[in-house]
Design a protein around this ligand. Structure first.
Ligand SMILES: *Cc1c(COP(=O)(O)O)cnc(C)c1O
Length: 354
């Protein structure tokens, strides 16, 4: 089999998805399955649907289009607030989008009317993380304007925390979102279908609070693929942490010094490196590097140490492992490493079947 490659275990994705759908569902919270980290892979999306997901969210309209074409049977939401220039495609391919700019919603309305579609909009509210979302005091006016736009249905409101600034989605933030939902409903005499409280970082809030209020949706990616919450990256009990494995191959294995010889200047990335003297060691070179993966996001699954990397190489201290040329070395990945490896054109993907 080719290396480097990602091995993606579809049975584990099924298990993690089903477990989370049941857990959150038990208290009235629906899960939007987020596929952006697997670039909208249709096999993964189909497994998520089989595990109980009926709403799939992705940040890229290209990915949504791909999934539609592959026959993924779900409703699709664009979760990165759309660009004006993509409004037509968004209406064409996505059933729903998250939005924070009225100018964009107007364009969505224009195309929805033209394409004779109803496009659902979730208005994003900024609650402290300072990425997307309107200040809460803009919400009423925005809703007021939106309700008169043809082709647009106000599906609900949402917020996103712990992504850019790491702000915790705690009881107070979630109560704030609930109360905004209630006040919009009261003021305009409408019912909001969706009150979307956040992402995988909301696990702790869900676990610790008795009341979920009006929150009835979470958008989950990382907890499905890495089996953890994302405030402290603690494993979630009952989920597989090892859905995806990065597999590399030894291209050189030799006993060498651990400290270089000669005058040390900048390395290939403009840093002056420093070295720990481990004496003479078995230095193993793997045929994968920074063009393939985010190396600091890798954790070896055998007893070896990553010493460093360059564009095309990862260098290991093999310690007591007998690694020969042609042997495979396997790693767990964090979110950044998974994202980089999925996005690299050099990394193969193999799927372990359901
Ligand atoms: C990526 C993303 C998510 C999913 O986040 P995870 O931490 O992977 O669960 C949810 N909402 C938005 C807006 C996102 O961009």
């Amino acid at each position: 089999m080719q290396t480097p490659r990602l091995e993606i275990d579809l049975a584990k994705i099924h298990h993690n998805t089903q477990t989370l759908v049941e857990l959150f569902g038990s208290r009235g919270i629906g899960v939007m399955g987020i596929t952006k980290v697997v670039l909208g892979n249709h096999q993964v999306a189909k497994v998520m649907v089989r595990a109980g997901i009926n709403l799939i969210g992705d940040s890229r309209i290209e990915n949504i289009r791909k999934m539609l074409k592959a026959g993924v049977d779900a409703k699709f939401a664009l979760i990165r607030t759309p660009a004006v220039s993509k409004a037509e495609e968004v209406v064409k391919y996505a059933d729903m989008s998250l939005n924070s700019e009225l100018a964009v919603v107007r364009r969505l309305s224009h195309f929805a009317e033209r394409l004779k579609k109803i496009h659902e909009v979730v208005l994003m509210v900024e609650l402290g993380d300072l990425r997307e979302g309107m200040p809460p005091d803009e919400l009423e006016d925005t809703v007021h304007e939106m309700l008169s736009l043809p082709g647009i249905k106000l599906a609900g409101i949402g917020t996103n925390l712990a992504c850019y600034s790491g702000v915790r989605p705690d009881k107070q933030k979630m109560e704030e979102l609930s109360s905004l939902a209630r006040s919009v409903e009261d003021k305009f005499s409408i019912a909001l279908d969706v009150v979307s409280g956040g992402n995988s970082s909301n696990f702790e809030w869900f676990y610790e609070e008795d009341e979920v209020g009006r929150i009835n949706n979470l958008r989950l990616g990382e907890s499905i693929f890495l089996g953890c919450e994302t405030l402290n990256r603690k494993p979630i009990r009952g989920l597989f942490p090892d859905v995806v494995t990065f597999v590399t191959e030894v291209i050189e294995s030799k006993i060498k010094d651990s400290v270089p010889s000669g005058d040390i200047c900048q390395d290939a990335f403009g840093k002056v490196p420093s070295f720990e003297d481990r004496g003479r060691i078995r230095r193993v070179i793997l045929g994968a590097g920074r063009q393939d993966v985010l190396v600091p996001g890798l954790t070896p699954l055998s007893d070896v140490d990553i010493l460093g990397s360059s564009s095309d190489h990862i260098i290991l201290d093999a310690r007591k492992e007998q690694l020969e040329v042609g042997d495979e070395v396997r790693f767990r990945l964090n979110y950044g490493a998974l994202l980089a490896a999925m996005t690299s054109p050099y990394v193969e993907r193999t799927f372990l079947p359901l």
